[in-house]
Design a protein. Structure first.
Length: 240
């Protein structure tokens, strides 16, 4: 039986590794829970400033963690292809959904007499559920576009111009993700003003994109490390 490949039919000219080795599940084991963890952090609205007059940098508490999911998504897409990355995205979606169900059921359980924080817990969980809905919608759209664009560019560039694949997929994926997420989640973290919403979207997109670009040297090294150690990864033009 041949190993399952993450290669999409439309990208037959590009090279991808099979997913039947140790590196794929290890990366996915880190990638998938990031959605749940970042969503819990994102229930808190965060403001830095004011920067100019009444303007502040408006974001959420998950701002420092969520870009890492896109870095790992780039690694998965570059090494294993669109189908394998989509599988990891669905797994992250499932983990976040299980987490949401667990929090919701816990919220409904009767509080013990000695537990004084039921109201606070309900407030956090209700905000989390709205943020989770926003994040799941943005995550599915953004990560899918991120993987699709990277793999499509790789079909033309093969092993060359990795920077173009990483930046191009990041711009498309992060913009779609940030826009969808912010439009749905703004109310949950207390953003009701139009100017604050615009700032929330703009800062989120610029920040996440900038972080991924700054982390690109690390992404390069991780991708090179995994490619070199994946027996099933044979770049075009090499024997094997």
């Amino acid at each position: 039986m041949e190993p399952v490949s993450g290669q999409a039919p439309a990208t037959a000219g590009a090279t991808f590794a099979s997913i039947s080795t140790a590196y794929y599940p290890t990366i996915v084991a880190i990638f998938a829970p990031l959605l749940l963890i970042s969503n819990i952090c994102a229930t808190k609205g965060v403001a830095f400033g004011p920067v100019v007059g009444e303007w502040s940098i408006i974001t959420d508490g998950g701002f420092f963690l969520f870009p890492l999911a896109y870095v790992l998504g780039d690694v998965l897409s570059e090494v294993y292809g669109f189908k394998a990355t989509r599988r990891a995205i669905y797994l992250g979606f499932a983990i976040a959904s299980i987490g949401a169900l667990a929090f919701w059921l816990t919220m409904l359980l009767p509080a013990a007499d000695f537990y004084p924080n039921q109201a606070a817990f309900e407030t956090v969980v209700q905000a989390f559920l709205q943020v989770l809905l926003a994040s799941l919608a943005g995550y599915l759209v953004g990560q899918t576009l991120n993987a699709f664009v990277l793999v499509r560019i790789k079909a033309f560039t093969k092993e060359k111009h990795l920077w173009a694949r990483l930046i191009g997929s990041t711009v498309v994926g992060e913009f779609a993700d940030t826009l969808v997420f912010c439009l749905i989640a703004a109310g949950a973290i207390g953003i009701t003003d139009t100017n604050d919403l615009i700032t929330f979207v703009a800062i989120g997109f610029v920040y996440k994109t900038a972080v991924e670009i700054l982390l690109m040297p690390i992404t390069y090294r991780v991708i090179a490390y995994v490619k070199a150690r994946e027996p099933s990864y044979q770049p075009a033009g090499q024997p094997g």
